[in-house]
Design a protein around this ligand. Structure first.
Ligand code: URA
Length: 187
């Protein structure tokens, strides 16, 4: 296994699935490669495809706000990646074949960064990393042992933007849970 820079170079040239044909940029990931906290979203939207950075649109603004308010962190202190690195057309859900084609990149990112806590945002990241098919509403509200640390599932910020106060409150509680696990793992 190489390093994150090598992995990024490989991703930038990737043509393993059809999403390669529609992308402006590969959205590989952003943040501190040595972070103990990692967020995993679904896939780039229009803003991310143009910027080449995950979560820079409306969902990202909400994520930044909740991260700051509940964890006292900004994005430079964590690492943020997605299940698929290229934008699905018209923001449709990523297809199973696209998720599988991209999975080696996410697995390698997790192995190289080796975070103490992974927060999965929404159904796609949570189901993929936990290897289950339940929905996020069922899976969230607790933590799971994952890799060398813990996984905390929460709603995708886009669901919070659509769903309102209850979803935002649940996300806040999940981020507080993640912050406690981070503190405990730092001892
Ligand atoms: N939604 C995601 O899942 N990821 C992004 O990077 C942006 C929006």
């Amino acid at each position: 296994m190489g390093n994150l820079a090598d992995l990024r170079s490989e991703a930038v040239g990737c043509t393993r699935c059809a999403l390669a044909g529609g992308r402006t940029q590969v959205v590989f990931g952003v943040g501190d490669p040595r972070a103990s906290l990692m967020f995993v979203g679904e896939g780039p939207g229009r803003d991310e495809d143009l910027a080449g950075e995950p979560f820079v649109g409306r969902s990202g603004k909400l994520l930044d706000k909740l991260m700051a308010q509940e964890m006292g962190l900004d994005r430079s202190r964590c690492y943020i990646a997605n299940v698929v690195k290229c934008r699905p057309p018209l923001n449709r859900d990523p297809l199973p074949a696209e998720i599988q084609a991209c999975r080696p990149f996410l697995d390698a990112q997790i192995e190289l960064i080796d975070p103490a806590v992974v927060v999965t945002l929404g159904n796609f990241a949570t189901r993929l990393l936990l290897g289950v098919t339940d929905g996020i509403g069922t899976l969230r509200g607790r933590s799971y042992r994952f890799a060398n640390g813990h996984l905390v599932p929460t709603y995708h910020p886009a669901a919070a933007l659509r769903g309102g106060a209850e979803i935002v409150a649940a996300m806040r509680a999940d981020l507080v849970r993640a912050a406690s696990l981070l503190t405990a793992s730092a001892r």
